[in-house]
Ligand binder design. Structure first.
Ligand code: C2E
Ligand code: CA
Ligand code: CA
Length: 518
């Protein structure tokens, strides 16, 4: 039981570690997915914010430009002041240029001029209704990059309005990209790009990495790219930590639950309540006529999970857990339940051998427990024999007194497993014992050696001298039985006669062994 208990502990540990690992993976994973989802939502909202802002800005600008279109039919001197005031009221506009016959003839900044637009900005395609370009600078502000916008006049071929716009127009962009996870924003026009991380335009092919989001402005050849740290190291660390904490917590909880539920102490008490224990009876027969003189009661545990647990294992464990008293009282109950049937099967005066563990023998309640048990059995029928091992009689004074009391009350006492306790045989004289149960280790030896053990001979001689009845345990062969009878052993018990049986089997059992020469 104890090793089983240990191995179940190891199992519990293993199981709770697995549970912890699963919980860690699950909680860490879902935490990561959740923050990943939140991140996606942030990307979406930022890109739609940027797109919205830019679309609004250019829609506003287009309205101003549309109002300027009729001016392309006028003389520069006539409309110059209007042009200038429009420019100064248009946010971020550096200059408006009016174009007629592909020639810029009027600037909001410098007034009258005559310069073919193709010379001024070769990258603009005037045949398009709308075109854009990105330049590192304009003649008036050579070091400041600008966005150029061409909008042709639908009523005037080769005419229209040309606008240069400061690129640092987007405090909104710069502000939002300062949020930690965003690494930058790029405005891409044709093959040129302006980014939030460089003062100068770059070739679009020099942009590094894939944007996490992009948006194309309505009706304009301008795209916005959003860059971010997709790795989210911090989020990953947080998810790992979160998973770890959840995992440890779940592991500890699982271990606690498993252990308390699998607590062997509790298991024994539960087994009593759920009637998992039962008793079997092993006949003890007279060595001469092989008639049944009594039975030894042996306890069995039919565990729902572990199957049949041997008594050696759970008795020791019950003792260690201080549960031997309730367990023995339960044994008494089981015998009580069977007593009416046993009475039918066993003749008056039949011996009922009961194993008493030292933990119970030395308990305060022992005497009272025994009295009550004896009183609960059919009166004047069974002779109760308490089987006690040699080892349990260490305190001789106490044992002597206890045996006196037991005899006074009508119980008999057998020394169980005799010969294994290493006590000096002579001590036996001091006790008043009724039976010596010779351990099956000695019986085993009979027939395997030419001469049987001198210890067994000594034991038998001593028993005779002390007037004690001897019982041989573990008789497995007729040879052993024969030898034992010839050497004066009174009672036999063992598989040769019968294995321990349930009550219903005992009810119909008849001895069917014989000894040669009869
Ligand atoms: P024990 O008191 O020496 O009981 C005899 C054991 O030897 C039983 O094992 C029995 O099944 C087994 N046995 C009987 N004949 C033969 C045989 O011919 N050959 C072999 N190899 N074995 C034989 P079991 O039932 O497994 O019990 C083992 C021990 O557990 C018992 O040894 C006893 O010390 C303890 N035990 C059993 N039931 C109880 C109980 O109700 N209370 C207490 N305190 N101890 C018990
Ligand atoms: Ca016994
Ligand atoms: Ca024994």
């Amino acid at each position: 039981m104890f090793t089983r208990y240990l191995s179940s502990r190891r199992k519990a540990l293993f199981l709770s570690l697995i549970i912890g690992l699963l919980v860690a993976l699950l909680s860490g994973g879902s935490q990561f997915l959740m923050s990943h989802h939140k991140q996606e939502v942030r990307y979406d909202s930022l890109i739609s914010g940027l797109g919205g802002y830019m679309n609004n800005y250019f829609a506003e600008l287009r309205r101003s430009i549309d109002m300027l279109q009729p001016l392309t039919l006028s003389q520069c001197a006539d409309i110059r002041s209007e042009l200038t005031s429009r420019a100064s009221f248009s946010l971020n506009v550096r200059a408006f240029l009016l174009v007629k016959d592909k020639v810029a003839f009027c600037s909001s900044a410098t007034g009258s001029m005559l310069m073919p637009l193709a010379e001024l900005v070769p990258s603009i395609d005037m045949s398009k209704e709308v075109d854009m370009a990105l330049l590192p600078g304009t003649p008036m502000m050579p070091a400041k990059p600008a966005i150029l916008l061409w909008v042709s006049n639908p009523l005037l071929a080769n005419g229209g309005v040309f606008t240069s716009i400061n690129v640092n127009l987007m405090p909104y962009i710069l502000d939002t990209t300062r949020q930690n996870e965003f690494t930058g924003v790029a405005l891409v026009i044709g093959n040129m790009a302006f980014t939030s991380y460089s003062d100068q335009p770059l070739l679009a092919t020099d942009l590094h990495g894939q944007p996490v989001r992009s948006v194309q402005l309505q009706g304009l050849p301008l795209k916005i790219y959003l860059y971010a740290d997709t790795w989210m190291l911090e989020e990953l660390q947080f998810a790992l930590l979160f998973g770890l904490i959840c995992g440890i917590f779940a592991s500890a909880l699982a271990y606690f639950v498993i252990i308390t539920r699998a607590n062997p102490r509790k298991e024994i008490l539960t087994a009593i309540k759920q009637n998992q224990f039962y008793v079997v009876y092993q006949p003890v027969v007279d060595a001469q006529d092989l008639e049944m003189r009594g039975v030894e009661v042996l306890m069995r545990w039919n565990h729902p999970g572990a199957g049949e647990i041997p008594p050696d294992a759970f008795i020791n464990f019950a003792e260690a857990q201080k549960l031997i008293v309730p367990l023995t009282l339960h044994l008494f109950d089981l015998i009580k339940r069977d007593a009416p049937m046993l009475k039918k099967r066993l003749p008056p005066g039949a011996k009922l051998g009961i194993n008493i563990a030292p933990g119970h023998l030395h308990a305060d309640s022992f005497k009272e427990d025994m009295r009550q048990f004896a009183a609960s059995l059919p009166p004047d029928h069974f002779q109760l024999v308490l089987e006690i091992t040699e080892r349990d009689m260490l305190n001789q004074m106490e044992a002597t007194k206890l045996f006196e009391w037991l005899h006074l009350e009508g119980f008999e006492v057998a020394i169980d497993d005799f010969g294994t306790g290493h006590s000096a045989l002579i001590y036996l004289e001091r006790f008043t014992m009724d039976y010596l149960k010779i351990d099956r280790g000695f019986i085993n030896a009979i027939g395997t050696e030419t001469v049987t053990s001198p210890v067994l001979d000594t034991v038998l001689t001593l028993a005779r001298r002390l007037n004690m009845v001897t019982v041989a345990e573990g008789v497995e062969t007729p040879e052993q039985a024969k030898w034992l009878r010839e050497h004066g052993v009174s009672l036999l018990q063992g598989y040769w006669i019968s294995r321990p049986m349930r009550l219903d089997q005992l009810m119909v059992w008849e001895p069917d062994v014989q000894l040669d020469g009869e």
